[in-house]
Design a binder for this molecule. Sequence first.
Ligand code: C5P
Length: 360
Amino acid sequence: MTEHAQQFVGKCTFETLTRRPVYTDLFVPGEKILHISLVRECDWVVIAPATANIIGKMAAGIGDDLLSTLLLVDLPKVIVTPAMNTGMWENPIVQENLCKLGELGVGLIAPGTGLLACGERGTGRFPETEEFLEALFYLRYSPRNLAGKRILISAGPSREWIDPVRFLSNPATGLMGCALASAARARGAVVTLVAGPLAVRGPGGVTVIPVETALEMEEAMQKEFEPCDGCIMNAAVSDFRPTSSFATKLKKEQYPDFNLSLVPNPDILFGLGQRKRNQVLVGFCAETDNPLTEAKRKLAKKNLDLMVANTVVKGESGFAVSTNKAWIVNRKGESIDCPIMDKVELAGLICDTVASLFPQ
Ligand code: C5P
């Protein structure tokens, strides 16, 4: 416990409730050097909650008490669960520190959203216990097979505005794309997420570029593509957008027989496939019929390395459900037939397949 932690709960309370020794001092005379032995004798070092202060100290390599000093010993053993006010969480310095720590192998469990200790609402809340334990389990058992790889992911729907109050879109929530970002992050990747409007909690420790329209998404993906090692285009992009969008709200009385004229949006993934050098490029296709045939055709057409085809079955697979029924198809036409599984689990499987395509 740090000095600050003891301002919240006393050492004695912790010792009594856990029946475990609580260490607070760096300088304890004895046979072992405490800040080394504590780390060497455990599998993981979990800081929960982690303040902006301890994250900043870790990123700067400062050791000025027992906790900050032991954290210097073996960074990849460390998992942090930041908890703080939203303003502090969104502070670019804090995010930059977390990204830096991610690159160095530190695991991250993202904070939740809701009522904060200060009475404000937002992201920065310590996750619910079950969520925390699940995330810990997930991190603990993820291989570090994407360590240091830069992975670009797109998620969510796009929005094509008709006028300031109406848009064309689809039911994508961003759940699959965010699960992919977390899975890649857990595997040691440096992740950039280009996200359409999300209906789910965004992942922590990744750089998020928010976009709305397909054209904005195309611009962001094209910009971020060059330096990445792998790219997973998971967003559900609108294939069309209104030919022109109105600057002011359309009045129905003014247009009794209104017809919407549409133009095709660029196929972002096709464009990336044209530019691809040695990046591993992955597409998704949601199909109601012949998913495997469609996946193979689109993989070839878009010059991909992998195509993930999923069925769209209400309540079971596809949009706005937590599970997916998918096939992962490669360039040779081989496919992994994944049973219906949680999107979090599928994200892990996709990331492991991506990792297997990098030269070992
Ligand atoms: O051809 P289809 O739309 O089924 O292909 C789906 C894949 O292409 C997805 O990976 C999706 O993100 C991407 N896509 C795109 N730009 C579009 C439409 C789809 O990048 N305009």
